[in-house]
Write a protein that binds this ligand. Structure first.
Ligand SMILES: Nc1ncnc2c1ncn2[C@@H]1O[C@H](COP(=O)(O)OP(=O)(O)OP(=O)(O)O)[C@@H](O)[C@H]1O
Ligand SMILES: [Mg+2]
Length: 226
């Protein structure tokens, strides 16, 4: 089991009032699983993603990641797990505009103490997996949107994370580029990657092995306790 959330709640304080954004979320994701989470705008999808990727912490409940209860983990520990074990893919790519595809892809390896030459080799290998071996020296402004997203995928997988988190990965792409991205996800899944993908689009969600739904902070479907 890679992900096990038990009765996870997330509240935000807005002025004097507390808003309950995630309500008793129960989620279990096995190694190698490909899960899609669907839900309307404002339902809590990105909030859930932030918790899954240790960008934020639950207000209450437990998050057991790869067998480790992460409650009471220090910020350093959470940052370590985030850097090493999580690969993020966002709708808007989040690439560094001045860096080449190769350097963008190699960036997460900076924290791992890997020598520069090795980092470059690993980045080139990851870019090859997304079909961009002929674009290593291009900067984001010299790439199409679909190619930028493929660089972002290469960056997400370069460190061989235990969990890939994708928040609307095809949301900013035309349908052809979206198909290419989904095909890459399928290959990663076939090769054993664990993927959680957020999407509005049922046709996109159908690529996953399992679909769950979030509405007003309540997660249903899949194998959650209901
Ligand atoms: N830091 C925050 N402080 C206060 N409220 C927040 C914060 N982050 C998110 N929210 C609120 O939580 C709710 C869920 O936000 P979230 O970003 O998770 O939605 P979403 O499902 O990802 O929506 P979209 O499909 O539009 O991306 C929203 O009502 C939002 O205003
Ligand atoms: Mg969102």
């Amino acid at each position: 089991m890679i992900v096990e959330m038990k009765d996870v709640c997330k509240d935000f304080t807005m002025g004097k009032s507390v808003v309950h954004i995630l309500k008793n979320v129960n989620l279990r994701v096995n190694e190698g699983e490909y899960l899609a989470v669907m839900g309307p705008s404002g339902s809590g999808k990105s909030t859930l993603m932030n918790l899954l990727g240790f960008l934020d912490v639950p207000t209450s409940g437990d998050y057991i990641f790869d067998g480790n209860d992460m409650k009471n983990s220090s910020d350093n520990k959470l940052a370590d797990v985030r850097n090493k074990d999580i690969g993020f893919i966002f709708q808007s790519f989040h690439l560094m505009p001045k860096l080449t595809a190769l350097d963008n892809t190699a960036l997460p390896l900076m924290y791992g103490g890997i020598p520069k030459q090795k980092r470059r080799e690993m980045a080139a290998e990851a870019l090859k997996k997304v079909g961009l071996e002929d674009r290593l020296d291009h900067r984001p402004d010299q790439l199409s949107g679909g190619q930028c997203q493929r660089v972002a995928i290469a960056r997400a997988i370069v460190g061989e994370p235990k969990l890939l988190l994708a928040d609307e990965p095809t949301g900013a792409l035309d349908s052809e580029s979206g198909k290419v991205v989904l095909e890459i996800f399928r290959k990663l899944h076939d090769a054993g990657s664990t993927i959680i993908m957020i999407t509005h689009d049922l046709e996109v969600a159908k690529h996953a092995g399992k679909i769950m739904y979030i509405r007003d902070g309540v997660l249903t479907g899949g194998d959650t306790r209901e």
